[in-house]
Design a protein around this ligand. Structure first.
Ligand SMILES: Nc1nc2c(ncn2[C@@H]2O[C@H](COP(=O)(O)OP(=O)(O)OP(=O)(O)O)[C@@H](O)[C@H]2O)c(=O)[nH]1
Ligand SMILES: [Mg+2]
Length: 361
């Protein structure tokens, strides 16, 4: 801004000089009457002092118009336009991963790694992180505890448990060595000792040497009656025989997941059962790929509940979630040791979520 003072006789002269010297955009900031100093000044007519200013940039508007750009050669123009396109593509390519990485970074990346370590299947990890990331977008700076609370909520939605229903007839099926007989013994003892129920045990496991002895030992310790059946007809008879019992628990021989004819044979036993809870028993140490096979190949057994054993032998719990997701069935019991009857508990959604999120040992 350019500021100048003018000493003029009257306003008319002042305006003309301001316009002449500073241009038409000048503005008058101040005007005041003044007298010359001394005696002469006292008798002389007063004058006007004007303070005027002009904005330098505004005055530039009066600069002559810049000359029109020279027409570019057509070839150069095309080259420039191609270059522009290439640069814009490069910029997009650079920005996208950075942006994605930014979103995934820290919080989401950490949870992705955690859920992978928990062996949650990619499909579910994707769903869980999608939900979390849409939440993160809304709440930009999300504290860690809020993220795990949010994930816990998402897991709760997907985990399915049920209060211990305790149907009068309960059957335990599943692959070899997962803990069917031990789990049955734990539950039989709980029903009989803690709930004072009359319990009968049936086994259709006459394949494995020692299987009968194992169950007979439990039956002797607890004093619960045991029936061994060799045919489907036998099974029906044994169930009738135990009609005085409030609870009948049926053990089955472990079957190799890949031996479908053995599985079919066992399924034949279970065809004419009264309404029963049929538990598919799996070890929490099973590989995910195998678990998928087991849940598929044992379908002919019409299992309707899940049990996971050997939680004490693993530190990854995603399998529990995956299995509920695949079968859409509720998980009822978890076992965590060999001790009969203590090492068993009713599955609880919050506990499972906490295990998967690494909040509980
Ligand atoms: N660590 C641990 N071991 C368990 C658990 N449940 C069962 N076991 C052990 O697993 C082994 C096999 O248990 P069983 O009950 O015989 O398994 P099963 O499914 O009946 O086996 P088959 O009848 O041969 O198919 C035994 O040594 C049990 O003590 C558990 O929750 N944790
Ligand atoms: Mg057994």
């Amino acid at each position: 801004m350019k500021v100048r003072k003018f000493n003029v006789q009257d306003m008319r002269e002042g305006m003309m000089r301001v316009k002449d010297e500073l241009g038409p955009n000048a503005i008058i900031l101040e005007s005041r009457r003044v007298r010359s100093k001394g005696l002469i000044g006292f008798f002389a007519p007063s004058r006007i002092e004007l303070t005027a200013a002009v904005d330098n940039t505004a005055s530039r508007t009066h600069d002559p118009e810049p000359p029109p750009p020279r027409e570019l050669d057509k070839g150069i123009r095309e080259e420039l336009s191609d270059l522009k396109k290439i640069i814009s593509r490069l910029v997009v390519r650079e920005e996208k991963p950075a942006e994605a990485k930014g979103k995934e970074s820290e919080l989401l990346q950490r949870w992705r790694v955690h859920l992978e370590q928990q062996e949650v299947i990619p499909e579910l990890i994707h769903e869980l992180l999608e939900e979390l990331s849409s939440f993160v977008n809304e709440e930009l700076r999300l504290p860690e505890e809020v993220a795990s609370l949010f994930l816990r909520k998402s897991l709760r939605k997907r985990l399915k448990t049920m209060p211990e229903k305790g149907a009068p007839v309960q059957v335990f099926v599943g692959p070899t060595g997962v803990g069917k007989t031990t789990t049955l013994a734990k539950l039989a003892a709980r029903y009989a000792l803690y709930q004072g129920e009359k319990v009968g045990i049936i086994t259709i496991d006459h394949y494995r040497i020692g299987a009968l002895e194992q169950l007979r030992t439990y039956s002797d310790i607890t004093g619960l009656p045991l029936e061994v059946v060799m045919t489907p007809k036998d099974l029906r008879r044994a169930i009738e025989k135990f009609s005085w019992c409030q609870r009948i628990l049926i053990d089955t021989a472990g079957r190799s997941t890949l031996n479908t004819s053995h599985i079919q044979e066992l399924a034949g036993y279970l065809q004419n059962l009264p309404p029963a809870e049929i538990f598919l028993v799996n070890s929490a140490t099973t590989k995910m790929r195998d678990l998928k096979l087991i849940t598929d190949n044992f379908r002919s057994m019409n299992y309707n509940r899940l049990i996971f054993t050997k939680l004490d032998e693993t530190a990854s719990y995603g399998l529990l979630l995956n299995s509920i997701h695949y079968t859409r069935l509720p998980l009822i019991y978890l076992t965590m040791g060999q001790s009969v009857p203590d090492d068993i508990c009713v599955a609880d959604v919050d506990k499972i979520a906490a295990l998967i999120l690494g909040e509980e040992e």
